[in-house]
Ligand binder design. Structure first.
Ligand SMILES: Cc1cc2nc3c(=O)[nH]c(=O)nc-3n(C[C@H](O)[C@H](O)[C@H](O)COP(=O)(O)OP(=O)(O)OC[C@H]3O[C@@H](n4cnc5c(N)ncnc54)[C@H](O)[C@@H]3O)c2cc1C
Length: 433
């Protein structure tokens, strides 16, 4: 009997340690340096974060999803999920534990497809937390369908020359290098005609036209860039994987990215539920506390059930990824988790707001960021609607049409089949009457 929902005591001890570190040492960073997670830290800030990272390494919790050959612990996705639930409560925590998006996904594809030289130049410092990276794929005229991308890379001697526009390239303003997806052969299907390139950010022609922010961030400020690649020359060695491999690489990268976001979302939604419960138990009305009201109890019960259901699905999916060691074999469940994620975070954050009243919508509570985060989860790494189509297509693969006029489940048809199967017994029964 292999189904088991228990965490082994040694890992639980580590998770408890991580939870305490996040609560006591890391969450204060969220208050003091919000939004600076992906900015190379000042010397002053390093005196705080470097010892925390060192402590995480000593506890063998640094980049746990990567194998030891890459400086991680090789824990796999299931254990990472249990850890990420804790890290999702704080925006600085993934940085301190060496598993922040988009760098984890970028590291994974360099580890998977990179040459030894590319690994030495980009992967090592990325994994050491010494630099940040950017994944530059979406284009301004459309992101959901990569077959529409126009950014072009043309071969010129020993170099590739990249021209085009990219939009919402997260962390481009502070990244040391970008992973750029470009059309290398427009004559064939986009699935074979696009390639990935590793481009140092200071390469001439990488023009950040403007930084795009989220929600209420001031115009012109933000970490998602509109980039004009203008005659950007990349040496042949800058090609990541083989020519025409961009789609295969993107699937590897985005599969991991999506499930890691889901793991962290469990933590964030759990934080909203914790706050909702504390408020329900604390806020008095004329005839009792909020927790005594049935509507409020409904909010709490629905949130708990929704979160637990989602958590089980994420853990199961993580377990399946470990089992197959291949994101592509778990596409259906990764897509299904991705579809559920915005709803879970949205619903629980919304209920938390409602229970907190005016305080809930104020800028003195973090719920508005969670609501925005829910919308982001419905778009980043592909919109919900496209993932629903993936789920449906994958589900339908296990079915075939019937050539009969009546469906297989048609009751008169099933009754007739059941009568035919047990005809001898039925005759006997009738005979005995
Ligand atoms: C916070 C954030 C960070 C991001 N970071 C990055 C990054 O680092 N690098 C990067 O390359 N991109 C990044 N993105 C971009 C993201 O991948 C795209 O937003 C996403 O793929 C959707 O593309 P789009 O925004 O162009 O929307 P569109 O393609 O214009 O789609 C808009 C809407 O149309 C509908 N739609 C579109 N196509 C279909 C379809 N086939 N069937 C049904 N409905 C459809 C969906 O409802 C969709 O939400 C980020 C986005 C966000 C919000």
């Amino acid at each position: 009997m292999a189904w088991d929902f228990e965490t082994e005591p040694e890992l639980q001890e580590k998770l408890d340690w991580a939870a305490a570190l996040v609560r006591e040492e890391v969450e204060p960073l969220d208050m003091l340096w919000p939004g600076l997670e992906f900015t190379p830290p000042s010397d002053e800030l390093r005196t705080i974060i470097d010892p925390l990272k060192a402590e995480v390494r000593r506890q063998k919790l640094w980049a746990t999803h990567l194998g030891p050959e890459l400086g991680g612990e090789g824990y796999g996705q299931l254990k990472l999920s249990l850890l990420n639930e804790i890290l999702g409560r704080s925006s600085w925590a993934p940085i301190i534990f060496g598993c922040q998006a988009p760098d984890t996904g970028n590291a994974e594809i360099i580890a998977h497809y990179g040459t030894p030289e590319q690994k030495e130049r980009y992967l090592r410092p990325l994994l050491d937390g010494e630099l940040f990276s950017c994944y530059s794929m979406t284009e301004p005229h459309g992101g959901s369908d990569p077959t529409l991308f126009k950014t072009r890379a043309e071969r010129d001697g020993d170099e590739w020359v990249i021209n085009g526009w990219k939009y919402f390239s997260s962390n481009a303003p502070t990244a040391a290098f970008l992973i750029v997806m470009a059309v290398t052969n427009p004559e064939i299907s986009a699935y074979q005609g696009m390639s990935m390139f590793l481009v140092p950010s200071d390469t001439p022609g990488v023009n950040i036209v403007r930084n795009v922010g989220l929600g209420g961030e001031p115009l012109g400020e933000g970490s998602h860039a509109l980039i004009h690649y203008e005659n950007v020359r990349v040496p042949a060695e800058g090609l990541l994987g083989g020519e025409g491999q961009a789609f295969a690489i993107a699937q590897t990268r985005l599969g991991g990215g999506r499930i890691h976001h889901a793991m962290r979302t469990i933590g964030l939604a759990g934080k909203a539920l914790d706050m909702m419960c504390e408020r329900a138990l604390s806020r008095e009305t004329k005839d009792g506390i909020l927790a005594d009201k049935q509507f409020v109890q409904g909010f709490i019960a629905d949130s708990y059930a929704q979160l637990t259901q989602f958590r089980m699905f994420v853990l199961y999916t993580a377990w399946t990824i470990d089992k197959h060691n291949d994101y592509r074999k778990v596409r259906k469940d990764i897509a299904a988790v991705k579809v559920l994620m915005p709803g879970v975070l949205h619903d629980i954050a919304w209920r938390a707001i409602q229970i907190h009243g005016a305080l809930g919508v104020s800028n003195e509570m973090p719920f508005h960021q969670m609501l925005l985060g829910a919308s982001v989860m419905g778009l980043a790494d592909g919109p919900t609607e496209v993932h629903k189509m993936t789920v449906a297509r994958q589900v339908l693969r296990d079915y075939k049409p019937t050539d009969d006029l009546w469906p297989t489940g048609h009751l008169p048809k099933r009754l007739a089949a059941a009568k035919a199967k047990f005809a001898d017994h039925l005759e006997l029964e009738v005979g005995n009457l």
